[in-house]
Write a protein that binds this ligand. Structure first.
Ligand code: DQA
Length: 148
């Protein structure tokens, strides 16, 4: 099984970006944790992080050639991006949306996700552990669909 893990804008700053909200782990540390978890389940992961909306759109379009599932934290684009929502709907790959913080316990503008409706589900508020949960969800979806 192959999974694209897509990280949106400013997530490259994790570790020093508002640690009370997003935790102290860097993106590199989170990615290492994801790789370790994925390896145990025989899942291959590829990562993309971009601060540019179109680069994320391109990465998701290209993942249609190889990915069985997408895990995406669209970060601020969650709340603004019709383009990301449309590409998630366009590629026929199940996606799981992740947020480190609980977006529903924060400012009102974060309560609305444009992208979540194009995903199978959303995990919000469990910090970096949310990516582990998302891997499990992705595996469940993909294995369930292939009848294993
Ligand atoms: C975030 C929540 C978003 O509202 C915010 O813009 C982010 C990070 C999260 O992981 O909690 O950049 O997606």
């Amino acid at each position: 099984m192959k999974v694209l893990v897509a990280h949106g804008p400013n997530l490259n700053l994790l570790g020093r970006r508002e640690p009370d909200t997003y935790g102290e782990q860097t993106l590199e540390e989170i990615n290492r944790m994801i790789v370790t978890e994925a390896a145990q389940a025989d899942i291959e992961v590829k990562f993309v992080q971009s601060n540019i909306e179109g680069e994320l759109v391109d990465a998701i379009q290209q993942s249609a050639q190889w990915a069985d599932a997408i895990i995406i934290n669209p970060a601020a684009y969650t709340h603004t991006s019709v383009a990301l929502r449309d590409v998630l709907a366009a590629v026929d790959i199940p996606a799981v949306e992740v947020h480190l913080s609980n977006i529903y316990a924060r400012e009102e503008f974060r309560h609305r996700s444009l992208t979540a409706a194009a995903c199978r589900g959303q995990i919000s508020g469990f910090g970096a552990w949310g990516y582990v949960l998302a891997l499990q969800a992705a595996r469940h979806i993909v294995e369930g669909e292939s009848g294993e």
